[in-house]
Ligand binder design. Structure first.
Ligand SMILES: Cc1ncc(COP(=O)(O)O)c(C=O)c1O
Length: 391
């Protein structure tokens, strides 16, 4: 099928819940993807910040093939080796003591919200309110749209789940002012991803940790977008040398295979026991095998180092485009925003027409998040197209 045919069937039969560009991808390899009409593109968006080790990485393909020949799925009423090994690996790589595996970012956040509430009940007092940030994005389920600090995602779905309060991102004083005797947790993205790669002031996470310790609150970090190497550290909280109480992961964890995870430390993790939470597919054998392969690949190919180096190269290259539409850049590692002096959407379309996939988070922000495997030559090829479009 060509792009027009795929588009026509999709437009007829799928709910129109996404604003799609006229692009149907059929093949990928590393940073490169090909559309149904045979055109090649550089994917500087990792298909929504997901394909962290590039498209169809041979180690991931091998993990899928090997596990698929053995067993796709194991009931969570039984034990499953890849699931056990993935949980062990995530605990060893992080602050956490326990892992709950699920299938997406929203589910990982649901698990985090439930765990915080359960902890509020099990420690007495039944504290349940969670403070989140204006402009945050935590998912599309009913609890996560309530957690999301954007009115537009809740409109038409009222009454929404209560128990969330929203404060200005990056402002510790605003959080402290919002705390009351019902507050159990603060839940934040280390960098606001969907709202335009907004990086908080240096020291924000450290101050948050201190505030949570002082007021006996849980610190939940939504690392769905920033986790698994995207910012040049395995988890973004490492940049400020703090340890949160709970984090959520998804996107990069499966490198394109659907998986999510909620990680927590003791004693908070102890609030979940048999029957507290569950998911038929969570930690599915195939998904877990791929998750392990992603973590192995990040280590064996030293991709955190590459992420930092290529992130710097890309950002420096954008900053150096003379006389361009770019007013400033921001971000960490390979999660980068170019803030333009005009709405970004037409420039994103123009990049795609020249063979470069980037993203508009709305307004003037162009988001770039290539795979951690990107090479210097690929960065430079992308910069050439950006130069052509933005200068
Ligand atoms: C920070 C953050 N949290 C949660 C989500 C929701 O993840 P999912 O779409 O996998 O449910 C996203 C998705 O963009 C995200 O960026």
């Amino acid at each position: 099928m060509n792009t027009a045919e795929i588009k026509s069937i999709s437009d007829q039969y799928l709910f129109p819940t996404y604003t799609r560009a006229p692009l149907a991808l059929v093949r990928g390899e590393g940073t490169k993807v090909w559309d149904a009409d045979g055109r090649e593109y550089l994917d500087f968006f990792s298909s929504t910040v997901v394909t962290v080790v590039g498209h169809c990485h041979p180690a991931l393909v091998a993990a899928v093939e090997e596990q698929a020949r053995k067993l796709f799925h194991v009931s969570n009423l039984h034990y499953c080796e890849p699931q056990a090994l993935l949980a062990q690996r995530l605990v060893e790589a992080s602050f956490a003591d326990r892992v709950f595996l699920c299938n997406s970012g929203a589910e990982a956040n649901e698990a985090a919200i439930k765990l915080a509430r359960k902890y509020g009940h099990s420690t007495g007092g039944g504290r349940y309110e969670i403070i989140t940030a204006l402009g945050s994005f935590h998912g599309r389920t009913l609890a996560t749209i309530a957690a999301t600090g954007q009115e537009k995602v809740r409109v038409g779905f009222e009454p929404t789940q209560d128990g969330f309060r929203y404060v200005e991102y990056g402002d510790i004083g605003a959080i402290e002012a919002a705390v009351n005797d019902r507050t159990i947790a603060i839940m934040l993205e280390p960098i606001l991803g969907e709202s335009g790669v907004v990086v908080p002031p240096d020291g924000y996470l450290r101050e948050l940790r201190a505030l949570c310790d002082r007021l006996d609150l849980l610190l939940i970090l939504d690392e769905v977008q920033t986790g698994v190497g995207r910012t040049g550290a395995m988890f973004a909280y490492e940049h400020e040398a703090i340890e949160p109480d709970i984090i959520s992961l998804a996107k990069g964890l499966g490198g394109g295979f659907p998986i999510g995870a909620m990680l927590a430390r003791n004693p908070i993790a102890g609030s979940f026991d048999a029957g507290s939470h569950g998911s038929t597919f969570g930690g599915n054998a195939l998904a877990s095998a791929v998750g392990l392969a992603v973590l192995d690949t990040i280590d064996s190919e030293e991709l955190l180092e590459n992420c930092r180096a290529m992130g710097q190269r890309l950002r420096d290259g954008i900053d150096a485009l003379p006389g361009s539409k770019v007013e400033s850049t921001r971000g960490k590692g390979l999660l980068i925003a170019a803030v333009l002096d005009a709405p970004s959407a037409p420039y994103v379309d123009a990049c795609r027409e020249l063979g470069l996939i980037v993203n508009s988070t709305g307004g003037n922000v162009m988001r770039l998040a290539p795979p951690l495997t990107i090479t210097a030559d690929e960065v430079d090829s992308g910069l050439e197209i950006l130069g052509e479009v933005l200068q």
